[in-house]
Design a protein around this ligand. Structure first.
Ligand SMILES: Cc1cc2nc3c(=O)[nH]c(=O)nc-3n(C[C@H](O)[C@H](O)[C@H](O)COP(=O)(O)OP(=O)(O)OC[C@H]3O[C@@H](n4cnc5c(N)ncnc54)[C@H](O)[C@@H]3O)c2cc1C
Length: 404
């Protein structure tokens, strides 16, 4: 018997799609596998969220990996007998520890770790009776359908001045980054968004001398795009728009790039005012290594000598999926728009046997497509293609719910 569903990518999106297929789509667990090279599902999410010292999610409590949108609250009540201290105002944003514990519970309830196949998909060939996925340095896996849940672009934005200093200038999301400063030292954090702010706060808490270098004023926004993009307020107009170039433009304009939510900004400003974090405005214009120290020169003329530089400069904006997706376009002729991203149907089918989620599906999902909300909407659309109505849709229509 061939495999029904191969989900390529075991991050936030892949895990949620798997839970929905099994929990709502009634797909037998032995018909699902999740392919990911990491040692455990959600490994990348966990490394990144922990690296920046994130305490609460930016998104509200209904955005999680379980089926029932209200399930995270119910889970907290069941496990801890209450929700005190587990959600932060505004919008009931869950503590990272709660979110992660709930992810574990969701994964266990569908035995998802048991469905994890360790490996990286190198290429995909679409046959008449299924899809053959060739693993990098491994065998081929055949499945009736494939879901590409490969995440946002992996390429990190690395400033050109950092090249040649790879041993002492690290991006906080660099795979395998383990050089987090341990003994007290002077650290420059480069970036002006939520990650830079959280990294600077974590470092100052840990007793380091912290210089935060931002080339722009802080941009205060609760979310990374207006919440109107989560529902019909803006999505109706987006869906009505037939021009994909215009949709790309709407996505770009909607994103609050490099922004910081009010609570973190308050903490940051309080530390800056209190002399904890030292704020420098400007572009880094030069970097020199002088013995043990790194001498930074800014466009403003300011200079600083530090032991370490940490970059929180975000990710590139190219199409995710690398050679795997390139191959599907080149060899299978799957269509993409001028911006290079897949042209998919309303149920995220790039081909009757190939679905995409997250960033790859954002020309349908809109600016929140990469987020946890985007994972939920991806799964809903995939289930809809199978003729199922999801719990979110059922809740919206007042029908009774089931957990988890
Ligand atoms: C620090 C941080 C905080 C965030 N906070 C929030 C928040 O509060 N709320 C919110 O909604 N969103 C948040 N986001 C955004 C978003 O939810 C995450 O980026 C999310 O992890 C995206 O999920 P994903 O599954 O698409 O990608 P990932 O979590 O990156 O997972 C993709 C997986 O695909 C695997 N993969 C890639 N290519 C292949 C291949 N060829 N073969 C097999 N496997 C492959 C990778 O190994 C990886 O495990 C945050 C992001 C970051 C970085």
């Amino acid at each position: 018997m061939s495999l029904g569903w191969l989900i390529v990518g075991g991050g936030i999106h892949g895990v949620h799609v798997a839970a929905r297929l099994i929990g709502e789509g009634r797909v037998p667990p032995d018909q699902v596998q999740i392919l990911d090279p990491e040692p455990a599902l959600l490994a990348r999410w966990r490394l990144r969220s922990q690296a920046i010292g994130m305490r609460h999610l930016r998104s509200p409590s209904v955005h999680h990996l379980g089926l029932d949108p209200l399930g995270l609250h119910a889970f907290a009540e069941d496990r801890w007998g209450g929700v005190r201290g587990l959600f932060a105002p505004p919008y009931d944003r869950p503590a990272l520890s709660l979110f992660d514990t709930h992810c574990d519970a969701v994964m266990e309830s569908y035995d998802l770790p048991g469905l994890h196949l360790r490996g990286k998909a190198a290429s995909c060939a679409i046959m008449e009776d299924g899809v053959q996925v060739q693993l990098l340095d491994g065998p081929r896996v055949a499945a009736d359908r494939v879901v590409l849940a490969v995440g946002p672009p992996e390429q990190l934005k690395l400033p050109s001045w950092a090249s040649g200093f790879e041993d002492r200038v690290h991006h906080v999301f660099q795979p395998g980054f383990t050089d987090w400063p341990l003994k007290a030292q002077s650290v420059a954090v480069v970036g002006g968004g939520i990650s830079a702010a959280q990294v600077a706060l974590r470092l100052v808490d840990e007793g380091h001398e912290v210089h935060l270098i931002s080339r722009h004023e802080f941009r205060e926004h609760q979310f990374d795009s207006d919440p109107g993009w989560l529902g019909p307020k803006y999505m109706r107009g987006f869906a009505r728009e037939r021009g994909l170039d215009r949709r790309r433009q709407m996505i770009t304009e909607a994103r609050n790039r490099g922004s910081v939510p009010p609570d973190i900004l308050r903490e940051l400003m309080s530390s800056i005012r209190g002399g904890g974090i030292k704020l420098l405005r400007g572009e880094v214009s030069g970097l020199l290594s002088t013995g043990q120290m790194l001498d930074i020169e800014l466009s403003s003329g300011d200079r600083r000598s530090v032991d370490t530089i940490l970059l929180a400069t975000g990710f590139g904006s190219e199409r995710p999926g690398g050679a795997l997706v390139d191959g599907l376009i080149r060899d299978e002729g799957l269509p993409c728009s001028a911006c290079g991203f897949p042209i998919v149907d309303e149920n995220l089918r790039w081909h009757p046997r190939v679905y995409v989620t997250g960033a790859l599906a954002e020309l349908v999902l809109g600016p929140t497509g990469r987020n946890i909300a985007g994972a939920r909407r991806s799964a809903e659309r995939i289930l809809r293609s199978l003729g199922h109505r999801s719990q979110s849709e059922a809740v919206a229509s007042g029908a009774p719910r089931a957990t988890p």
